[in-house]
Design a protein around this ligand. Structure first.
Ligand code: DQQ
Length: 467
């Protein structure tokens, strides 16, 4: 099956240009990310028929440089049997030299973990005899999904997202000598509190340096958590933890190790507008840019856009005349930007960036850091005059050390906003400014701060899409 012809981007003010989208219709989780045959591969949850979730296939794109993506034929489609209800999320591992996809099949008997192999990532053979259906007692067949495979100490391991009785998200651990025959061991890690999610989806478990990182997506609130700790005797001992992407702004994270050793991660960015608006445009959802993960000396997950994202930058944009108003107000304009801003704070008043501002200020979205409250926020109350868009604020906790400046890296892509603060707190979401004139960008401080601002226009990441 080939992918549908792309929705033209040029006429669509909300269609991202450097965040990956499906050519048309619906995309959700990134799947099977890997580097093979000299290219990066991104598979994804894809409905080839409509701009809404359903009939889930694995779409496929590839890239030589991590940022410019080429559409490839659809990789996996549901077929009678284990995945007849959909080819849900999963990963790819190279087992005995053969790329092997482990993914969840939605079958009439519930969810099972399926296997498909491909020498070239283009032609796939399902291996129904290798299906993994063994579940521990109490785990419902409807909450058993998203296998993530890794190797440690000469074994293959798989973690699977699940729910344990009493509504607690869990990661189940499986082991295999050959990547073919799998046996359940025990829960690798379980939510300590139902507020951490009644179901955990898309678990990732991997080693970074001498630490182990577990990330999980929380159902039903579409949030994500990270835990850093030790993997001892096949048990995970968490030592530090935090919120990954807040409020469901980015979800279903998936990480891989690049050939140069970096850990790269992608996640799904959900729409934040009514379905009738989505149907009219014919596409839904986007994927974050590749992010590079590391763990700092205090055991905190650090995350920044991969260095390659800067390949899409044009010439730096000139700053316009300072905007009127109190404090510092540096100004420029655009809707497809990579922005770096630095604020050396001299008091505890708010600083930040205004994006997508119309000259009459009817529309604007603010990224605000409020030191007093230790809060980083995306304020969306006035982000669109269109009432069919979500406009509640998003916020995260950000503690700065004494004297530490606030460093914001903000990717702005036709309504996608990805905020990376000091490489350790991130907020990602969508806004839908409706006025053509909503292009203003201002760096502001309400008190006393030294402010630096730089921005670059961004090129398209989507080869052959006419963007
Ligand atoms: N989406 C997939 C599931 C996963 C969920 C189905 C997360 O495999 O648990 O499209 O968005």
């Amino acid at each position: 099956m080939t992918t549908a012809p792309p929705c033209p981007a040029a006429a669509d003010p909300y269609r991202p240009r450097f965040h990956f989208t499906a050519p048309r219709h619906w995309i959700n989780d990134p799947n099977g990310v890997c580097h093979h045959g000299g290219r990066y591969h991104l598979f994804y949850q894809y409905n080839p028929h409509a701009a809404r979730w359903g009939d889930i296939h694995w779409g496929h794109a590839s890239s030589a440089d991590l940022v410019r993506w080429r559409d490839e034929p659809v990789a996996l489609a549901p077929s009678p049997g284990h995945d007849q209800g959909g080819c849900f999320s999963g990963c790819i591992a190279v087992v005995d030299g053969l790329p092997t996809a482990y993914y969840t099949g939605d079958s009439s008997a519930g969810q099972v973990q399926c296997v498909a192999t491909s020498p070239d990532l283009a032609h796939w053979t399902k291996q129904p005899q290798r299906t993994i259906a063994e579940r521990p007692p109490g785990v419902s067949p409807g909450e058993f999904r998203d296998p993530y495979v890794f190797r440690d100490a000469g074994h293959w391991y798989m973690v699977v997202g699940a729910a344990l009785p009493h509504e607690r998200g869990a990661c189940l651990l499986y082991r295999s000598a050959d990547g073919v025959d799998w046996h359940y061991r025990h829960p690798l890690f379980v939510a300590t509190d139902p507020a951490q999610g009644s179901v955990w989806e898309c678990p990732n478990f991997l080693q970074i340096g001498d630490r182990w990182l577990l990330t999980v997506s929380q159902w039903p609130n579409l949030g994500a958590l990270w835990f850093v700790g030790r993997f001892d005797d096949e048990r995970f001992v968490a030592e530090t933890s935090g919120v990954h992407d807040v409020d469901g702004s980015a979800f279903a994270h998936l990480a891989m190790r690049a050939p140069d050793g970096r850990v790269l991660q992608w996640a799904w960015i959900n729409e934040q507008r009514d379905q009738d608006e989505i149907d009219a445009d014919g596409w839904a959802g986007a994927i974050t840019v590749p992010r590079e993960l590391s763990i700092d000396g205090r055991g905190r997950l650090n995350l920044r856009p991969a260095a390659e994202v800067a390949l899409l930058r044009g010439e730096p944009l000139p700053l316009g005349p300072a905007a009127p108003g109190p404090g510092t107000r540096l100004r420029l304009s655009g809707r497809c930007l990579d922005i770096e801003a630095r604020f050396a704070l001299h008091d505890r008043r708010k600083v930040g960036l205004t994006l997508f501002e119309s000259p009459d200020r009817r529309e604007s979205t603010r990224i605000v850091y409020w030191p007093e409250a230790r809060r980083l926020m995306i304020e969306r109350a006035r982000s669109s005059i269109n009432q069919k868009t979500r406009r509640q604020d998003l916020y995260a906790v950000l503690d700065l050390d004494p004297g530490e400046p606030l460093r914001l890296r903000v990717l702005v892509d036709h309504g996608v906003i990805a905020v990376h603060a000091n490489d350790r707190v991130n907020l990602t979401t969508r806004v839908y400014p409706a006025l053509q004139s909503s292009t203003g960008v201002t760096a502001f401080s309400e008190g006393s701060a030294d402010v630096e601002l730089q921005a670059w226009p961004m090129g398209s990441a989507l080869e052959g899409r006419g963007a």
